[in-house]
Each structure stands twice: as C-alpha cells, then as structure tokens.
Design a protein around this ligand. Structure first.
Ligand code: 0RA
Length: 638
C-alpha cells in the first residue's frame, strides 16, 4: 500500500523505490557516508559538492569555483564547467541530472564523458549531500539552456525544468543541511577557508572564491604556480638555502606526479603528501617513493661531485630531509587508501612512479643549478656531521639519559592509581600554582608536574640539546613513553595529559611551546587524543552571597545583564596562583565540573605553520602573531 502511494504521488517505477531506500539509508546512517554528523561531517557536505567542481577543473573544463555560505546556513557552490548532462538516461528512463542527484555512487562516472580522476573523499557523490539536506536546488547549463531541479531530503519535488536560454556556463548547487541530522549548522570559517586555500594550491590556475555572508567576508585563492607557490608559502617566514624551488610534474601510466621542494636553514622537516587532493597525513607509497628518490639522488650527486669521498658514509634519509619543505601530490584513477581515515595511500605501483619522476626531476635541477646544488649538499653534509656528533655525545656522556632513565623526577607529585587509562597528569605553569594543584587535586588519579618558566625553544633546538634540558627530561620521564620514533604509546603512564597555564600572554606562550614540543617529539599523544588544555575561569562574579565562576567575556556579559540592577562584583583571575587549592579543584580540576579541551591537530599543515611562525628564526612575524592571536590560542582544539 505504501508502495502504491509513493508510486502514485511521484509517478515513479520500481526503480525509484530503490532510490528512496538508498536515500533513506543515508539519512538513517549518515556516519557511514560522511563520517560524522558534527562540524566535520557538516563541512564534508560542502567538500563533496566542491570536489565535483574541482574534478571539472582537473579535467581542464573550468577555472572558477565560488562557495557562498548564506546567513540561513544554506550553501551555494557554483562553477563555470560544462554542466551536468540533462538528457534522459536510456537505462533509468530519467534525466542524467536527476540520476546524479538521487542515485548513490552515480557521481562523476556517469555520462561516459567523465573524468580520469575523481577527488571526492568518500566518492559517495552529491546524492548523499542531497539526502542529508532539508532542501537542495541545482541549476546547470547545457546547450545554451538553463535547467533546474529541486529536492527535499533528496527526493525531487518536481521534474527537471528548462528555464530557457542563457549565456552562462556551469553548475550551481544550493543546499541547506538538515538540522535534524546535524548537531549544528555552524560552519567554521577558518577551517573551510584553510581547505579552500589548500585546494587552490593543489590545482594550479584555479580560482576559488569563498564568500561568508554571516560575517561579510570574501576571499579568493588563486595560485599560478600551484604546489610551487605552496612550498614558497611554507618557507615564507624562513631563510631559504636556494631561491627557486625544484618543481616537477609528469604523467606516468595513469598517475600524474607533481612535486615541489625547497630547503631552508631550519631543522624541521615539513613534507606534506596528497593523493587526489586528499591530505595523506600518514603518507603511503607516494611519500615512500619520494623519500627514496630524494636520498638516493642527493647521494649520487654528492659522490659524482666529490662532496662524498669513497670512504665517507652515505647521507641518511634524515640528513636529506632536515630543513626541507616539500609537497608531493599524486592524482590517480583508482586510489586505494589504507586506513579508514584515508590518511595513507596504498597503491603499490605509485612508489616506483613517484621515484622515477622525482629522481629525474631532482637530478636535472641539480645539474642545471650547480650553485644551488652545492648549498643543498653542504647543508645535508652539515646535518650528517651534527647527527654523528650528537650520537657520540649521547653514547659517551649520557648513560642515564631521559630515554633510559625510569626514576621519576622529584618534582612530580604522582597519583596512587596505576592504570594509565584512569590517570591524569597536570602540567602546571610555575611552582606556586603547582603547589595549589598538589593540594587541591584528587591524589588517587591526578598527578602534578610543575614546570618552571619558559621551557625552551623546541623549534630551534636539536634533539640532543633538548634532552639536556632538565624540565624536558622530567616531562619525558614522567610520561614514560620515550620520544620521537622511539615513542611507545603502550608505555604512556597517563592517558590524559592536561596543560594548565595562566590565561595571559606568558601562559599562552608556554602552552604553545609545550604544544610544539608534543607536536615535534610526541605527535602520537596528540593524534591519539591524550592531550588536553585546562580551562581555568577568567572571573569570579559575586551577587550578594552567591558567586559564579565565569569562563568567558561573553558569559560575564550575559550574567551582568541577568543581574542588572543588583550589586555585583567582578573579580578578574589573571593567574592560577590567585586561586586557593579548593578553588582550583572546584573550577578547573574536578572532573564532574571542569571543562577541558582536547587538542587535535586536524590539519598538520596549519599547525606546522603556526608553530614555525611562533618559534622559527624570523622574529617580526612571530611577534605580530603572538600579539594578534594571544587570545585565540586558548581555543587551539578546534
Ligand atoms: C557528468 C558528465 C560531465 C560533466 C559532469 C557530470 C559535471 C558534473 C558537475 C558537478 C559540479 N559541476 C559539474 N560539472 C560537470 C561531462 C559532460 C560533457 O561531456 O559535456
């Protein structure tokens, strides 16, 4: 009966019932299709639609994409591509446009004239976006005519209609995500803007315009040089060893390989890899191929040029990558991703393809730019010498170095619980706040490690120098899991590591230093979700005998408005030291009342840029950044 009803209303056949079931499945289990229904999933809807336009750009058919967030949370994505075919599809008996918009997995491959490369992350296609939207309207131009169709929850509300002739081109999709499915419709301007910038870097000569009508902001991203511009941008605040990045782009078989690299005089390695425009944070075969080619080509050149003599050891991969900024981007027809998060590329054939392209490209670059080649090799040889010296120093001097030392530091007030999953370690700025925290804590599961003063500038420090620092050794020993490639999460003694610093500029600086330390030397602590930031209150607001702890200016203003007319007293808390142990427990440490923010590095590129800017050698941009962002660093978890 229900079936007849659907048939009756929509005049569709059996086929459309499968369609309805497909859309219903998406609505019932959205996580399966877009990962989640939080902000991430919400952003995913936009990426899915934008990816279709990027595919059109990759096919060489469009060079403009515009994304607009409207005040009512609906989103418009438009491009100047070929448009989506509207002709009736022989097999389904319905319009191509409707097929694309309502059939699962009927994305770019439809219509024969599809693309060699599809960048959509999950490849679920725009039909999943449609299913998860309260409403959606698509307009597309074919053969000089504008066609449109509208949907509710993915179901057409009418046929594809011909709106007459036009001299426009391309496709425009506007949709409102379904607020009964998503936790909120609050897009993050910065996350989206960062991603669109990245997309523009990865597709040279594509102009992406982002309009956010909620705050009247508009930005356009266009990079003539693509990833070459990306690498220049990464090195913007650093001192480069050679003026022009090495750049190579070549197609091997079905794979397009594009690589840009440039050395700076720092110690950090910043190599980011992408497969079909997806950031492969865990690397994979393309990154392995790149690394192999880099190390081998530099060694070959150094031998040939007499910079490495017969008896000298080869440069190691680490020697070749210190101070390197690089982007490795591959585009392939059938990407295989290893992890569920798609962070690692698995296609075996890609390793050799990237290796071949990078070897040839880098060799040509070195041969054609001998002065740059000399500077690059000298830098690598210096790293090799420094590495050897550090190794010898470690072996001879420090038997009891932090990595072997298991005697817990004296400053640590440990907890009695031994199961790491129940243990917390508070890293507290300053000895006086440390004292309050030790008295205020629940000693059964909360441990305190006070850290004094400016820890150290980890960006500039080498591993050996860093290990010489007492505060850092105490931290490493307290955590018990080692550092760098020897970091072992199974040995971590506390599954929650909580940074508790003052709500002032010094506090935010120390927090950034600690975050940098964890990012560079204990990255799994961040990616496994073990690192948190405590949220101490900013004010204490008293009304008569009552008091409120207040955690933001907005909250303060709301309370003041509420108590308007009554006598109120607002006391500002600058430092943790101003609270007594009971207050510290009540406001910041008691698990049943506190808020702690989980630190997650959603975007390694962005984090690296911020850290580099804060910690790198170029002082002016760092100062400016600290001054203008001192407040925002509070919310680094976003
Ligand atoms: C199917 C086939 C063709 C283009 C497209 C889809 C297409 C899809 C989207 C989605 C957003 N913008 C788009 N632009 C084009 C090829 C049609 C032809 O060969 O003319």
């Amino acid at each position: 009966m229900a079936v007849d009803q659907i048939k009756g209303t929509l005049e569709y056949g059996v086929d459309s019932i499968q369609v309805l079931e497909g859309l219903e499945a998406v609505r019932r289990r959205p996580g399966m299709y877009i990962g989640s229904t939080d902000t991430r999933g919400l952003h995913h809807l936009i990426y899915e639609v934008v990816d279709n336009s990027v595919d059109e750009a990759l096919a060489g058919q469009c060079d403009l994409i515009m994304i607009t967030i409207h005040r009512d949370a609906s989103v418009t994505v438009s491009d100047n591509g070929r448009g989506i075919p509207v002709e009736v599809h022989a097999k389904t008996g319905i319009s191509g446009l409707e097929t694309v918009m309502t059939r699962l997995h009927a994305g770019g491959k439809f219509g024969g004239g599809g693309y060699k490369v599809a960048s959509g992350l999950h490849g679920v296609g725009v039909s999943a976006v449609n299913a998860l939207s309260a409403w959606l309207r698509v307009e597309t131009v074919r053969g000089g005519h504008l066609y449109a169709q509208e949907y509710r929850h993915g179901v057409p509300t009418g046929p594809v209609t011909d709106l007459g002739s036009t001299d426009r081109r391309g496709t425009t999709t506007t949709f409102l995500p379904d607020s009964t499915i998503f936790e909120s419709l609050d897009y993050s301007h910065d996350t989206l803007s960062q991603r669109f910038r990245e997309m523009a870097y990865l597709t040279k000569k594509l102009m992406i315009t982002f309009v956010d009508e909620r705050s009247d902001r508009e930005q356009s991203f266009y990079f003539e040089g693509g990833i070459l511009s990306f690498v220049r941008h990464m090195n913007k605040t650093r001192t480069v060893i050679h003026p022009r990045p090495m750049y190579v782009e070549k197609q091997v078989g079905e794979t397009t390989v594009e690589v840009a690299l440039q050395y700076n005089d720092g110690y950090a390695e910043s190599v980011f890899s992408f497969a079909n425009n997806i950031n492969t944070a865990d690397g994979g075969t393309h990154l392995t191929g790149f690394r192999t080619a880099l190390t081998r080509t530099l060694n070959d050149y150094a031998r040939k040029a007499g910079l490495l003599k017969d008896n000298d050891d080869n440069l190691t991969g680490d020697d070749a990558r210190e101070g390197l900024a690089a982007i490795v981007s591959v585009k392939l027809t059938e990407p295989q991703f290893e992890s569920q998060t798609k962070a690692k590329l698995g296609n075996g054939e890609v390793k050799g393809q990237v290796e071949a392209v990078v070897s040839e490209g880098l060799r040509t670059f070195l041969d054609e730019n001998p002065a740059d080649a000399k500077k690059i090799l000298e830098k690598c040889l210096m790293t090799q010498r420094a590495r050897r010296a550090a190794q010898m120093a470690r072996e001879t001097v420090t038997r009891k170095n932090a990595l072997e030392n298991t005697t817990l530091p004296g400053k640590l007030a440990d907890c009695s619980e031994r199961d790491p999953s129940r243990c917390e370690l508070y890293l507290v700025e300053g000895d006086s706040a440390g004292g309050s925290a030790k008295q205020g804590r629940d000693r059964r599961f909360q441990a305190i490690l006070p850290l004094r003063g400016k820890i150290l500038n980890v960006e500039k420090a080498r591993e050996d120098k860093m290990l010489a620092h007492e505060e850092i050794r105490a931290l490493i020993t307290a955590l018990g899991a080692g550092i760098g490639s020897r970091f072992n999460p199974d040995k971590l003694r506390y599954h929650r590591v909580i940074l508790m610093t003052d709500a002032d500029v010094d506090g935010s600086h120390i927090r950034t230093l600690l975050l940098t330390f964890f990012f560079r030397f204990m990255e799994p602590i961040i990616s496994n979700g073990n690192l948190y930031i405590a949220q101490p209150p900013l004010y204490r607001l008293s009304v008569g005998k009552d008091h409120h702890w207040v955690y933001s200016d907005k909250e303060r203003d709301e309370l003041l408005a509420k108590y308007n007319g009554k006598t109120t007293n607002v006391q500002r808390y600058k430092g943790l030291g101003e609270m007594n142990p009971e207050q510290l427990w009540e406001t910041t440490m008691d698990p049943s009342r506190r808020t702690i923010l989980k630190v997650s590095i959603e975007d390694a590129v962005k984090a690296d840029e911020i850290f580099e800017m804060l910690m790198g050698d170029a002082v002016p941009p760092r100062k400016r950044f600290i001054q203008s962002h001192a407040k925002e660093v509070r919310n680094l978890d976003a």
